[in-house]
Design a binder for this molecule. Sequence first.
Ligand code: AMP
Length: 277
Amino acid sequence: MKTVSTLFDLRTARLSFNGTVGLVPTMGYLHEGHLSLIRQAKAECEHVFVSIFVNPTQFGANEDLSKYPRDLERDLSLIEPLGVDVVWNPTPEIMYPAGYQTWVEVDALTHPLEGAIRAGHFKGVTTVVAKLFNAVQPHKAYFGQKDAQQAAVIRQMVRDLNFPLEVVVCPIIREADGLAMSSRNKYLEGADRAAAVVLSRALNAAKKEYEGGERSAEALRRKMKEVIEAEPRAQLQYVSCADYDSLEELEVVKGKTLLSMAVILGKTRLIDNFVLG
Ligand code: AMP
C-alpha cells in the first residue's frame, strides 16, 4: 500500500495502473462504515484508492473543522489489511493553493434538508469531490447512503458534468443498538450516546407505520417528530419525508421515498435516514 500526499505522487501512482480503479473518498477517522465502502470497491475494482482529507470548504464558520477527529496512523492500520493500493492524504494547501477561486455547485438538490441548515456545505463537497475525481480518474466512486443528500448531489454532479464514472452508494452500517456509525459519534458522551438511539428508533417507528399502510407523508413526519421529542436530551433540527430523487417534501408517499432527520445531542449533530419503497 502506497501513501501519497502531493498531486505529482498521486498522478505517478495512478499512471502505474491499467485496470479498473475504485475511489473511496473519506475525511478519515475511519470506522466500519468507511471500511464497508472500501471492501465493496475492492470486490468490484482491480485497484482501490482511498482519499483521506478533512475538507475545510465544506465546514461552516461555526462548525467543527478544527475539532474534527483525526488519526492518520490508526486509519492506515485499518486500511492496510483490506488490500488498498493507494491512500491519498493531501494537505489543504495542495487542494486549495493560494489564489484558488473555482467552485462546483449543484442547484436545487442542495437547497433543502442539510443544505437549508449548513449554508455552503454542498458547494465545498461538490468542489472537493470534483477535484478528487479529476485527480484520481476512477471508474467507480463509492459513497455511503448515510449521507443520502450528499450521494444524490454527487450523482447529479456526475450526470451534469459528464464525469466518466459510476457512483456506487453503499448501505448504512450501524452499531448494535441501531446508531448509524459516524466519525462524530466519538463526541457523544455517556447519556447522549445512549439517547442517540432515538434517531434509528424514530425511523423504525415511521417505517412500521408505512408497513401498516400509512401513506400520508405528514403522518410519517409527525411520527418521527413525536419519537424524537419524547427524548429530552434530543433537539430536533428537521424531519423529512421526501421523494428519493428530487428530495422534495411529499404529501402522499409513493415510489422510492427518503425518510431523514438531523438531531442535536449535547454538542453533536447527528443525521440518519431510511429509504422506503
Ligand atoms: P466521511 O468520512 O464522514 O466524509 O464519510 C466518507 C464516506 O463514508 C461517505 O460517503 C459517507 O457517506 C460514508 N459513511 C459514513 N458513515 C457511514 C456508515 N455508517 N455507513 C456507510 N457509509 C458511511
